[in-house]
Design a protein around this ligand. Structure first.
Ligand SMILES: [Cu+2]
Length: 654
């Protein structure tokens, strides 16, 4: 046995020891928000299949916990009985019909069953992995397009499935698109696009409806693979850096509940949204004060800026069209997370209603956070520093070529931070161009990243749904804008700066953009309470990296992703309003989700409100981002503002 295999063996044993089940088969749910167990998924699927209206051979797009009403969850006492309902989306692909159902798991009964006309659920795993490649490779037009490019061995072609987007004069039915890559001699097939060929597939009839071929382009040379052997010479590794917890972790776990440094929260893995935070509170003088009832990424969109026939439709709604939870990748200890991290398995349902264990889906760990606070008293030569500790809860979604690590970071000073780390392989396009000197040949909507390979400009937008409940459910949202004070007798030196606070009174006037000029932030406060300084307790949403969209407002993608129009939206709480671009963005024609809800223009002052924060980044590719992107970060912060009356981290021991 070589050292390498021994190491691999140890690693496997270690992996098995490290993973902690989240919603395991053998355990009963202990809390109303615990995700469905494997048994509960089976009960739901069996009950639905036995239901008279259940279409033969239908697929299960979703089987998840139907979360109980907020008031029931908030009133829950440990040990008390609670309801268990499953929510399911069922698709009859033969007849192109979609149904939503709620199953009462305790009574094993269908509590509701309704058809949802004119919608398409997200891409099924079986479509992506099996059916679309099969259908496309069997199509004579596709085969001809491959032969025209000198490709005769179709086993060497990787067919990638894309949600179809919205089509001009949309043909009927469930549609998907497929693009092809040449995978001989390289694992990194994303570097060898078979450019120009796109298949449009009807999944009801299982046929290629149309094959687009905009003409052959040279196949780029094989791209660098990412394993150490292919990369070759390695730099000298830095000396080991060991972080140990000799007395164990300071994280207290009780089922899916976490208690750490005064923070208390629950979490779950949702197939569509990925990691979901629930009932986040902060312990203050012996009581837990509520901050966030539910937080998750509600939608994403990645519009590409290349106008070519086989690119103009590309815009991935990774949450609604694919599901960032279902497409999470298992975390590798010591690499994706520190070796001492606690990793949680999740249980999800497959396309056929069968539960499966998702290994190492979520990671939780403490890390050093640098300086928490400090002052050096130069006169008395006294130093007071406290070292910060941070708690990170995260998962990584891998949607085809891209990898997104989404982390919720808890700080000892009462701050809750979201960090999205973007990495993976960029979407690349084959071109005749070999150097930038030939740049008249391309329309400046992409950048050369390797020989015969460009990466089109694109943007990544995330919509975070934040059901904040600051010290109770009824809250008010205000906007803070800072400016130079007007000149005058009160401002003779012109140094004055003033901050104005404006209440966002209705859904219609709570559609706002970030402003660097006015250092704009938004405050979510409890108007019924005051601290000892006479201030309403609040949390402030502080934007981080952000951008505006560059796709035109009239474009099809923008119509379907209107959540990118504004960085902040506020709606009156409605548990069924979960997804910023609507429940069914796949093949949507636009207008669903936030624009529809805010058109009601309901008052939002002193109400149970939900904040929707859109953040984005504009990605202008560089060769240094090929063949794999170094991580790029974007995020935002929720910082306490009058929630405490002094630095809440003063009590952190030296
Ligand atoms: Cu990008």
């Amino acid at each position: 046995m070589t050292t390498r295999t021994l190491y691999a063996l140890c690693r496997c044993v270690l992996l098995a020891l490290l993973a902690t089940p989240l919603g395991a088969a053998s355990e009963d749910a202990l809390h109303p928000l615990d995700p469905l167990t494997a048994d509960e998924i089976t009960i739901a699927a069996d009950a639905l299949r036995a239901y008279a209206a259940f279409p033969k051979d239908a697929l299960f797009s979703t089987i998840v916990l139907h979360e109980p009403p907020k008031q029931e969850v908030l009133a829950f006492k440990p040990g008390a009985a609670f309801r268990r309902d499953a929510f399911a989306i069922v698709m009859d692909r033969t007849n192109n019909r979609v149904f939503e159902a709620i199953v009462d798991l305790k009574a094993t009964q269908i509590a509701s069953w309704k058809e949802v006309p004119g919608v398409q659920p997200q891409v099924f795993v079986v479509e992506n992995d099996v059916l679309v490649p099969q259908i496309v490779k069997a199509d004579p037009r596709w085969q001809e397009a491959m032969r025209k490019r000198g490709i005769t061995d179709f086993d060497k072609v990787q067919v990638d499935t894309w949600a179809a987007g919205r089509l001009a004069g949309q043909p009927a039915g469930r549609l998907l698109r497929a693009v092809s890559y040449y995978k001989e001699g390289a694992d990194n097939f994303y570097g060898r696009p078979i450019e120009g060929v796109v298949a449009l597939v009807n999944m009801n009839t299982r046929t290629v409806v149309e094959l687009f071929d905009s003409g052959a382009v040279p196949l780029p040379p094989p791209s660098q693979d990412l394993d150490e052997r292919s990369i070759g010479d390695q730099r000298v590794a830095p000396q080991p850096l060991a972080i140990t917890q000799p007395l164990g972790s300071s994280i207290e776990l009780n089922g899916n509940e976490v208690h750490w440094q005064k923070w208390r929260f629950r979490f779950s893995m949702h197939p569509r949204e990925g990691l979901v935070l629930h009932t986040v509170g902060y312990e203050d003088q012996g009581r837990v004060r509520s901050v966030l009832y539910r937080g998750s990424v509600s939608e994403m969109v990645v519009p590409y800026g290349d106008t070519d026939l086989n690119w103009r439709w590309r815009s991935a709604f990774d949450v609604g069209e694919y599901g960032v939870g279902r497409l999470a990748s298992p975390l590798e200890p010591g690499l994706d997370a520190p070796g001492y991290a606690t990793l949680f398995d999740a249980v999800l349902s497959d396309d056929f209603g069968k539960p499966y264990p998702f290994k190492r889906a979520i990671g939780l760990y403490e890390r050093d956070g640098g300086i928490l606070w400090k002052h050096f008293d130069a006169i008395g030569s006294q130093n007071q520093t406290r070292r910060a500790r941070e708690l990170v809860l995260f998962f990584i979604a891998t949607i085809g070529n891209y990898d997104y690590a989404i982390s919720w970071i808890f700080h000892q000073d009462g701050m809750l931070e979201v960090d999205c780390a973007l990495t993976g392989i960029m979407q690349a396009k084959g071109v005749a161009l070999r150097t930038e000197d030939d740049s008249e040949q391309h329309p400046h909507s992409s950048h050369l990243i390797a020989e015969n390979l460009v990466a089109p400009h694109h943007q990544h937008f995330f919509s975070f749904r934040l059901d904040l409940d600051i010290d109770g459910v009824n809250n008010t949202v205000t906007e803070l804008n800072t400016r130079a004070a007007a000149p005058g007798p009160n401002n003779p030196y012109l140094n004055g700066m003033v901050t104005e606070e404006t209440v966002l009174r209705s859904e219609g006037n709570a559609q706002r953009r970030v402003s660097t000029e006015s250092a704009r932030t938004w405050r979510i406060m409890n108007p019924a309470l005051k601290n000892s300084l006479g201030q309403h307790p609040s949390f402030i949403l502080v934007p981080g990296v952000n951008t505006v969209p560059y796709i035109a407002p009239e474009s099809q993608v923008r119509q379907r992703a209107r959540f990118v129009d504004y960085h902040l939206w506020v709606t009156r709480y409605n548990p069924s309003e979960r997804y910023a671009a609507g429940d069914y963005p796949n093949q949507s024609t636009g207008g669903d989700g936030l624009p529809r809800w805010v058109a009601r223009d309901q008052p939002i002052e002193n109400e149970d409100v939900v904040l929707w924060y859109t953040m984005g980044t504009t990605h202008i590719p560089r060769p240094e981002e090929w063949p794999v992107m170094p991580v790029a970060h974007l995020g935002f912060k929720l910082v306490p503002g009058g929630f405490f009356t002094r630095n809440p981290a003063l009590d952190v021991p030296r």
